[in-house]
Structures are given as structure tokens and as C-alpha cells.
Write a protein that binds this ligand. Structure first.
Ligand code: HDD
Length: 707
């Protein structure tokens, strides 16, 4: 007996090192100390645990005993840690914040959150990609989900939108087909998080209604630089309903305060390798350092007369109302200022549902929206496993609530007392309120019960063309390149040709470019169209990313490459200018510990050159010392750092000593343009930072021939 006790103690000591602990020093650095005081580890039942390193065995070498309830509870719980990932939008990242109303909208809606200027409503927002699994990469070419939960005083309101204002299909009954087609092919189970494969383009090329959305998805909108720099859209037409029961149609738009920005495809591919968590790290870091992302809620408001006169059906989710025709009105701002304490508890378990609307917000008859209103409730039951998913704190309303729903798996709160029904004559429990309760807008509807698509939904190409002609020349070339890339991954030539036949109905030059790049022997006939493409729709500048960029470099990040001997004064000036612009930076050095500056001070590095390629930054500055160049020129990652920054049309600040690196990167002095800026003094460092607001030197693009 004594022998067993002794061996158990010995193995506990050898299995793990208990007496070490990392603590923060005065400068915030972590270093190792002896263990501090910790609370006592318990089982889920609250029982204190004596040994969490060794299962209960007979003798030191087993067998293990079934009576070890702590071991069994621990493993049982681990075995059940996973829940089904979302069938779409599985990969997501969320943050808490608030929505602040600018001024009362009582004229249009009785929704409580819009009644008082300055009213703050708690918010939780989840951004996502659509096609990939939970563990896929952030920079997939894909739509981004933009789901907003507002905890209003009259119940939760979910605006479950995307960063694109239209959708692939007009009727929810097609959603399973669309998603089956875009996800991994079912026999081989690849490609992951990519639309570049036969099944997707087969479905799309057989679904002309998707053409407008295809233009958006092939544009740089599908590879945003950050969640913080993208728009969000409610997509459908909804209704606002006021206290007099009058209805106004509405479309919801979230406009990022810091302007729009995307990356280029070649960059996206490299970011996915260098930092698959690029978007979530960006949001996490921005919020942690107090750069709270902000969007303005803007509404497109219109009445039935406008809807009747507008050239497309406002119930068709493949159409927009151009902002130049119906300017959106700012009504409030959304600020994200806190990360969830735990990813699973909040980001994973949050349940968004289009049917969550407070009194004063109502649906339209958009057939996609009507179908979504069924799907979201259903999917939460599957995913979260119980009708009591509203008991999970992230899903619970923050306003008072009372109902008689009871029991079921994992019930956290049941009605208290005898009465669990109404009406009752005990005078207990909640009752309906005709004044406060949700009442649908009393729209009169009639018609034959049939499976039909409205004639007014039949034009599939005019707005696709309008989107295309609203882009800058560079943006148009990105769309052509994206289509070519995607279709080059399609193995069946007939599918490629079918797609080109649709492009012919959108823009002939675009179709020719894609056909040429794909090596099509002869041009197919244009696809049959129910209606001819309208050539008279004006371009809408609001649809271009480049035209809607930021005014400053604010919220962006400069990558600064240093070596031993880098000019300390220049670095200081650069940092000060960035700080003033509201921008951040990372230091990249040959060694991750950092480098010794010209004045002997130490420069802490954030990244080693291999770990900090220039694709992770919005612009770069090269501050190497002449003495360090011989070694730096041997580093292929230093060469790539510059070559990529140049090819991706980024601004490059440099000191004279860095010039040999340009040569090594294949950039001749003749290639230098307005984006290659010498920074020899503090003054020049400041003007370099001022020029960064433009973000990219697109004029360079035709010369670097990016794909
Ligand atoms: Fe959906 C999730 C956005 C059409 C069925 N959808 C989901 C999410 C977003 C959207 C942002 C993720 C929410 C989160 O972060 O948890 N979906 C859209 C938009 C659509 C759209 C903007 C078109 C305008 N969706 C759509 C249709 C259906 C669904 C037509 C089904 C008929 N969507 C779902 C779903 C999901 C979902 C299966 C998966 C996980 C979830 O709901 O909670 O119910």
C-alpha cells in the first residue's frame, strides 16, 4: 500500500511541471516565475480535484479504473465539445458594440430603437465567409456575411445581411441547390472554400438570375482587406411601419466610416498562406487597441408609388436601387468596441434569424426573404440542439420578457408559480398587448395558388451590366481576371463556354477578354435572354470600391523593414506621422528579437522577415542600414517583400541604402513611380505617410501585369 502511494506521487511529479508560471514584468513582457496562488480545480459537479495529471489506476502501470469519475466526466465532456457547424457561413468572427440613433424616425416607424435621438442599443455583429468550413481561410473569394443583432427594448432585431446588396437566386427554394453547388464536390470533398470548380459554374451558368451577383462576387468586393472596410446590406426590401400603421419600404445599408478597401487576388492567395486568420486578427487587434470600427446605418426609403415607377421589381433580391436614384439617409451609427470573452459561448452559439423583428419593422413579399424566415429558426434547433437556444445569454433578449414556453432540453428558466397558460383566472402571468405587440402591416394580398416566377423578375442582365460599367478600368480588369481564373479551374469546356455566352449579354469586351484568356476557339452565341439587356442605365459611382476609399491612412497598417543600424530618427518620425494619421505599424527585422538602431537604442520587432511578408500590410517602408545590405540581399523573403509590394501597387517608402534591394527584386530605376517615395528626412517621412491615403498606385497596374 505504502509503495503504491509513493509511486503515484513520483509519476505526478514527472508527468508535468507544476511550479512554473508566466508573469508580466513592468514593461508588460512575460517572464517565468514560481507558481502563484490559483483557485482549486473542480469537477463540473463542483468537487475539488486532487490530481488532474494521472487517471486512477491499479498500481503505477494500470489498468485504469472505471470508477474514476473525474476522468470519465472530463473525457465525456471533451467527446461532446463539437456542435454541427453552420451549413453556410461556418467561419465567422464577431464583436460586441452598440447602435446609436441619430434622430427620431417616429414619422416612419414605431420601432422603439428609432424613437429617441442618442438612444444606444446593445449590438452583436458576426462577420463570415459563406462556403468554407469553420477552419478555412479568411481570404477566400467569397461573399462576406454581415449579421447584426440589436438587443432593442422591444425584442431582438436581427439584420442578417451580406457585404453584397444582391443575391444569387430569386426564390428560397433554390438555396439548397446553390449551396450544394458551391461547397466541396460530394464525391471528392474538395475544393474547400472555393467557387472555382465545375459544380459551381455549372449551376451558375444554368441560372441566369445569378448574373448580377456573379459580377459582384468576381469583383474585389469578394476579397475585402478587412471586415472594417466593407459595406453591409440587408439585401431585401423591408417595411417600416409607424404608429398610424402606415408603411414605408426600406433597404438597409451599413457604410464603413473608414471607407472601402479590398486586396488584389494575387495578394489574397498569399495572405491565406501567411496568415489564414488575417481578417479575424485584424478585427481583434483593432478593437483591443481601441480603434473601434464604425459603420453608419443608411436607409433607402420609398413608397408604393416609387416602387411602381422603378424600372425593376423591389421584391426581386437580385436587384439594387442605385444610390444616385434613391440616396440613402443616415439614421445612426454602429460601433464595435468589445471582443467576446469566449469564442464558442458567443460567436459560435449566436443564432441570427431574419424573422427576429421588433414592432415597427416588417417584411416584404420578397420570396427569398419569406423562405429565409422559415430556414433560420429551423437551423438553430439543429445546430444548438434545443428549442431553448434563446436561454443562451448571447441569444437572450436584454429587455424584460415573459412567456409560457417551458421545459425541453437544457431549460434554464421556466415560468415560476402555478400558472403556465393564459388566459387564466388567477390574474397571474403576462398577457398580450394590442398596443405594444407586433402586428403585421395589413397588406391586402390575393392571387391564384401557383408555382410561378413574376414576369417583373425576368431581366437578369441589365443591372449586371450596370455594375460592370460602374467600375474603374482597373476594377473591370480584376473582374475579367477573376472570371478567367475561376473558369480556368472548370474542367468541362461546355461550362466555360456557357458562362461566356452569358457575359456576352453583359459586356462584349468583358466576354472577349475572358474568351481570349481561356483560349476559346470561337465565340459562343449570346445566351437566350427573356429580355434584352438595357444599355441606357447610367453608371453608379457608389458601386466602385476605388471611388469610395478613405480620406486618410487611418486604421491601416505600415510594414517597416529595419536592420541593425537603421536610422533611429527616421523611424521615430515615421511612427509619429502614423500615429497622427490614426494608423498603425509593424516592425519587420531579420531576427524576431529586433535590431539595434543607429543611436544604439533597441528596436523591438513584431515579425521576422519570413513571417511578415508585405501582403500583410497596406504599404511598406524600407529602412535598412547600408552595412546590413549584404546580408539582407541574401534573404529571398526580403526580395519578395519588396517585389510583392510593388506588384500589388503599394506605396513604398525607402532610404538610399535600400536601392540594391529594388534591383534584386527586378525593379529598375525607370520603373519608379509616384508610389516609390524616398524618405531621407523627418519631413519626407511625414509627407510619405500623407500620400498613403490613396492606398494604392493603380496607375502602376498595367505595367506590373498582375493576373
Ligand atoms: Fe442565410 C446563415 C445571410 C439567404 C439560410 N445567412 C446566414 C448568415 C448570414 C446569412 C450573414 C450567418 C449568420 C451568422 O453569422 O450566424 N443568407 C444571407 C443573405 C441571404 C441569405 C444576405 C440572401 C439575401 N440563407 C439564405 C437563404 C436561406 C438561408 C435563401 C435558406 C432558404 N443562412 C441560412 C441558414 C443559416 C444562414 C441555413 C446557416 C446558419 C444559420 O443560418 O444560422 O439558415
Amino acid at each position: 500500500m505504502a509503495k503504491t502511494t509513493k509511486s503515484t506521487r513520483v509519476s505526478a511529479r514527472t508527468a508535468t511541471i507544476h511550479d512554473q508560471k508566466l508573469e508580466r514584468g513592468e514593461g508588460g513582457e512575460l517572464h517565468q516565475t514560481a507558481a502563484g496562488k490559483a483557485s482549486v480545480l473542480t469537477t463540473a459537479q463542483g468537487g475539488p480535484v486532487s490530481d488532474d495529471q494521472n487517471s486512477l489506476k491499479v498500481g503505477p502501470r494500470g489498468p485504469t479504473l472505471l470508477e474514476d469519475f473525474h476522468f470519465r466526466e472530463k473525457i465525456f465532456h471533451f467527446d461532446h465539445e463539437r456542435i454541427p457547424e453552420r451549413v453556410v457561413h461556418a467561419r465567422g468572427y464577431a464583436a460586441h458594440g452598440f447602435f446609436e440613433t441619430y434622430k427620431s424616425l417616429a414619422k416612419y416607424t414605431k420601432a422603439d430603437l428609432f424613437q429617441r435621438a442618442g438612444e444606444k442599443t446593445p449590438a452583436f455583429v458576426r462577420f463570415s465567409t459563406v462556403a468554407g468550413s469553420k477552419g478555412s481561410v479568411d481570404l477566400a473569394r467569397d461573399v462576406r456575411g454581415f449579421a447584426v443583432k440589436l438587443y432593442t427594448q422591444e425584442g431582438n432585431w436581427d439584420i442578417v445581411g451580406n457585404n453584397i446588396p444582391v443575391f444569387f437566386i430569386q426564390d428560397a427554394i433554390k438555396f439548397p441547390d446553390l449551396i450544394h453547388a458551391v461547397k466541396e464536390e460530394p464525391d471528392c470533398a474538395f475544393p474547400q472554400a472555393q467557387s472555382a470548380h465545375d459544380n459551381f459554374w455549372d449551376f451558375i451558368s444554368l441560372t441566369p438570375e445569378s448574373m448580377h451577383m456573379v459580377m459582384w462576387v468576381m469583383s474585389d468586393r469578394a476579397i475585402p482587406r478587412s471586415f472594417r472596410f466593407m459595406e453591409g446590406f440587408g439585401v431585401h426590401t423591408f417595411r417600416l411601419v409607424n404608429a398610424k400603421n402606415e408603411s414605408t419600404f426600406v433597404k438597409f445599408h451599413w457604410k464603413p466610416k473608414l471607407g472601402l478597401q479590398s486586396v488584389v487576388w494575387n495578394e489574397a492567395v498569399k495572405i491565406n498562406g501567411a496568415d489564414p486568420d488575417f481578417h479575424r486578427r485584424d478585427l481583434w487587434t483593432a478593437i483591443k487597441i481601441g480603434n473601434f470600427p464604425e459603420w453608419e446605418l443608411q436607409l433607402q426609403l420609398f413608397d408604393q408609388d416609387f416602387a411602381d415607377a422603378f424600372e425593376f421589381d423591389v421584391l426581386d433580391p437580385t436587384k439594387i436601387i442605385p444610390e444616385e436614384i434613391l440616396p440613402p439617409v443616415p439614421v445612426g451609427r454602429l460601433v464595435l468596441d468589445r471582443m467576446p470573452d469566449n469564442f464558442f459561448a458567443e460567436t459560435e452559439q449566436v443564432a441570427f434569424m431574419t424573422q427576429n423583428v421588433p414592432p415597427g419593422i416588417d417584411f416584404s413579399n420578397d420570396p427569398l426573404l419569406q423562405g429565409r424566415n422559415f430556414s433560420y429558426l429551423d437551423t438553430q434547433l439543429k445546430r444548438l440542439g434545443s428549442p431553448n437556444f434563446t436561454h443562451i445569454p448571447i441569444n437572450a433578449p436584454k429587455c424584460p420578457f415573459a412567456h409560457f414556453q417551458q421545459d425541453g432540453h437544457m431549460a434554464m428558466r421556466n415560468p415560476i408559480g402555478r400558472v403556465n397558460y393564459q388566459p387564466n383566472s388567477f390574474g397571474e402571468g403576462p398577457r398580450e398587448s394590442a398596443q405594444r405587440g407586433f402586428t403585421p402591416f395589413p397588406e391586402v394580398v390575393e392571387g391564384e395558388k401557383r408555382r410561378l416566377r413574376a414576369e417583373s423578375f425576368a431581366d437578369h442582365y441589365s443591372q449586371a451590366r450596370q455594375f460592370f460599367i460602374s467600375q474603374t478600368a482597373g476594377e473591370q480588369s480584376h473582374i475579367a481576371a477573376a472570371l478567367t481564373f475561376e473558369l480556368s479551374k472548370v474542367k468541362i469546356p461546355a461550362i466555360r463556354e456557357r458562362m461566356v455566352s452569358h457575359l456576352l449579354n453583359i459586356d462584349e469586351t468583358l466576354a472577349s477578354k475572358v474568351a481570349d484568356k481561356l483560349g476559346l476557339q470561337k465565340m459562343p452565341k449570346p445566351a437566350d435572354a427573356a429580355l434584352p439587356t438595357r444599355q441606357d442605365l447610367d453608371p453608379s459611382p457608389a458601386l466602385s470600391i476605388v471611388e469610395n476609399g478613405p480620406e486618410r491612412f487611418e486604421g491601416r497598417k505600415l510594414g517597416i523593414l529595419v536592420t541593425d543600424g537603421s536610422d533611429a530618427g527616421l523611424l521615430k518620425a515615421l511612427k509619429a506621422a502614423l500615429d497622427k494619421a490614426g494608423a498603425t505599424f509593424e516592425i519587420i527585422a531579420p531576427k524576431v528579437t529586433g535590431a539595434k538602431a543607429s543611436d544604439g537604442s533597441w528596436i523591438d520587432a513584431d515579425q521576422m522577415i519570413d513571417g511578415g511578408p508585405s501582403v500583410l500590410y497596406d504599404a511598406v517602408a524600407l529602412l535598412p542600414a547600408a552595412d546590413a545590405m549584404e546580408d539582407l540581399l541574401l534573404e529571398s523573403s526580403a526580395r519578395d517583400f519588396l517585389a510583392d509590394a510593388f506588384a500589388h501597387c503599394k506605396f513604398i517608402g525607402y532610404v538610399g541604402a535600400a536601392l540594391p534591394l529594388f534591383e534584386k527584386a527586378g525593379i529598375a530605376s525607370d520603373d519608379f513611380d509616384e508610389g516609390c517615395i524616398s524618405i531621407a528626412s523627418a519631413k519626407e517621412a511625414k509627407s510619405f505617410v500623407d500620400s498613403l491615403a490613396k492606398l494604392r498606385v493603380w496607375e502602376r497596374e498595367p505595367h506590373v501585369k498582375m493576373p
